[in-house]
Design a protein around this ligand. Structure first.
Ligand SMILES: CC(C)(COP(=O)(O)OP(=O)(O)OC[C@H]1O[C@@H](n2cnc3c(N)ncnc32)[C@H](O)[C@@H]1OP(=O)(O)O)[C@@H](O)C(=O)NCCC(=O)NCCS
Length: 275
């Protein structure tokens, strides 16, 4: 162990930067690197080879897996679990003509009890609320906010500046495009693709992009494709494989290519009966 620190049941091979504050009962495994000024809370455990960036803060009881990388300005609440190889606080690398905003990013904040699974990448400036689970190898971009008790499935990609609500379930390999709004209790099935740019890049830099809006408790089936700007109404149901080219009304069931209304969602299927 090298550098200044306070406390920490560190194994000898951990490297600790100057000014790091480590709780007396925190565990630092062999090869862990703790950056200058980082804070490690009571009972936290840092896995072998994990890198905690300068100034990052790790809440009490958090568990950081082998080879996880937490860049500086990452704030983890109590009891967060970060699995092996996850990367937190990454900065975006934008091409010159990218439409993503470029203002300075705030910290990445993970509230208490958030789980980030193996190989996931969560960008600086995102905010993940308590109890949410980010699945293996998913990506959550800068300025995205995800509410409590939500799940992002394996290999799903949540693009920049997206708003996701409470108890949202996003399954495997979903693409939620930049600027989308996903309200509470929405279900997005595997392989759903959303889009936000009808010009496919042929617009002025910074020109408006228009992600879809998923209203409260709507459900979108596997492999559905949503064109830019569509609104999926409250408690609506989009069948598997649908191509959604226009707004879907509240409680409408739509199906096919292009999607057409086939019936309405029954009272028995409304979310309050299934909580
Ligand atoms: C919509 C859905 C529930 C089926 O509804 P359904 O009313 O039971 O449909 P049926 O099987 O009775 O078929 C009725 C007709 O609709 C057609 N149909 C059924 N599902 C369809 C779909 N997704 N897209 C287009 N047509 C469909 C059928 O071919 C049938 O046509 P026909 O009358 O000409 O023979 C189902 O297709 C679906 O999308 N489920 C969602 C699954 C999902 O993505 N889950 C996510 C988590 S795994």
């Amino acid at each position: 162990m090298s550098g200044e620190s306070e406390g920490g049941r560190a194994m000898s091979a951990a490297e600790v930067g100057p000014g790091a504050v480590i709780a007396a009962d925190a565990l630092l495994a062999r090869g862990a690197v703790i950056g200058a000024g980082a804070m490690i809370g009571a009972g936290a455990s840092i896995g072998a080879g994990a890198m905690i960036g300068a100034g990052a803060s790790i809440g009490a009881g958090a568990v950081i897996g082998v080879n996880a990388v937490l860049h500086g300005a990452t704030e983890l609440g109590e009891r967060c679990v970060i699995e092996a190889g996850a990367v937190l606080g990454k900065r975006p690398r934008l091409r010159a003509a990218s439409s993503a905003p470029r203002e300075e990013l705030g910290p990445l904040v993970l509230e208490a009890g958030v789980t980030v699974c193996c190989g996931a990448v969560v960008y600086a400036g995102a905010h993940i609320a308590a109890g949410t689970i980010l699945g293996d190898q998913c990506q959550v971009r800068e300025r995205t906010v995800i509410g409590p008790e939500s799940v992002v499935g394996r290999a799903s990609s949540i693009d920049f500046s997206t708003r996701i609500g409470t108890r949202v379930l996003i399954q495997t390999a979903v693409y939620v495009t930049g600027g989308s709004i996903v309200e509470d209790d929405v279900f997005i099935g595997p392989g759903v693709l959303s889009t936000n740019d009808n010009t496919m890049g042929r617009h002025r830099r910074g020109g408006p992009l228009s992600g879809p809006t998923f209203r409260r408790a709507c459900r979108v089936g596997a492999g559905a494709v949503l064109v830019p700007g569509v609104v999926i109404g409250e408690e609506a149901f989009v069948a598997a494989g649908a191509l959604v080219t226009g707004d879907v009304g509240e409680r409408e069931v739509v199906m096919g290519i292009p999607a057409r209304v086939v019936r309405r969602v029954s009272d028995e299927d409304l979310i309050e009966r299934w909580r």
